[in-house]
Design a protein around this ligand. Structure first.
Ligand code: PEP
Length: 248
């Protein structure tokens, strides 16, 4: 039985004070019946949040991780550094990184491997643009994005990873994939993994991301291959995020 997981991606928002208040609000509202929950906060807030989440049900994550172990890579944050500040998760390959900062399938695969090597669970984001969907390339894009990581890390490595299907056209646009559209791709991802390793596929947590909100989370999470969500905008409000956590 796969556990449900809801992860907030705070992106580049907030102040240290607002981040602390938001985390406290989330911690206060989580209950044993909620999904497992995590927040991926801006790097500089992580040490403070590490103290706040200690001993609670809320896990901590980062929004990216370096593709190298250490050294002269100005501005990068290594997996070992994330581990030291208590990160359980690191998002890799978010579409905003791919679009605005030049992340490629290969560099995403390297980030994925770095995270795993230091015991940080990578949340691998994959998904198609609107243009790719309209040209019927959704599954080809998913194939390519998954293959790059499987080639670099091996299928066995996915036992320590999470996948987030995030159709790029749904991120931050208010346009959510329908329950059926999302389920179709989640099922495809699970089948793709199953062709390589059935157990990995059966156990893989595959999250949906893209304008998930309290009013659409229940339907999405009821789909058989959707194991929770990666939540952007709605994670910036404790009540909305908690409602989503309680939708499983
Ligand atoms: C995201 O950034 O991963 C995301 C899903 O954002 P939003 O929920 O705002 O669409």
């Amino acid at each position: 039985m796969r556990r449900s997981l809801v992860v907030g991606n705070w992106k580049m928002n907030g102040t240290l004070a607002s981040a602390e208040a938001l985390a406290k609000g989330v911690i206060a509202g989580l209950s044993p019946s909620s999904a497992d929950a995590a927040i991926c906060a801006p790097y500089v807030f992580l040490p403070k949040l590490q103290d706040l989440v200690k001993g609670t049900n809320l896990a901590l994550g980062a929004q990216n991780v370096a593709d190298k172990e250490s050294g002269a890579f100005t501005g990068e944050i290594s997996a070992a550094m994330l581990s030291e500040v208590g990160c359980k998760y690191a998002i890799v390959g978010h579409s905003e990184r791919r679009t605005y900062y030049g992340d490629t399938n290969e560099s995403v695969a390297a980030r994925f491997c770095q995270a795993l090597s230091k015991g940080v669970i990578p949340i691998l984001c994959i998904g198609e643009t609107l243009e790719q969907r309209e040209q019927d390339q959704t599954f080809a894009v998913i194939d390519e994005q998954l293959a790059a990581v499987i080639n670099a890390a091996g299928i066995a490595a996915f036992a320590g990873a999470v996948i987030a299907y995030e159709p790029v056209w749904a991120i931050g646009t208010g346009k959510t994939a329908t329950d059926e559209q999302a389920q179709e791709v989640h099922h495809y991802i699970r089948q793709y993994l199953a062709a390589k390793d059935q157990t990995i596929a059966d156990n893989m947590q595959i999250l949906y991301g893209g304008s998930a909100k309290p009013d659409n989370a229940k339907g999405l999470f009821a789909m058989p291959d959707i194991d929770g969500g990666l939540i952007g905008g709605a994670s910036l409000d404790a009540d909305s995020f908690l409602k989503i956590c309680h939708s499983v």
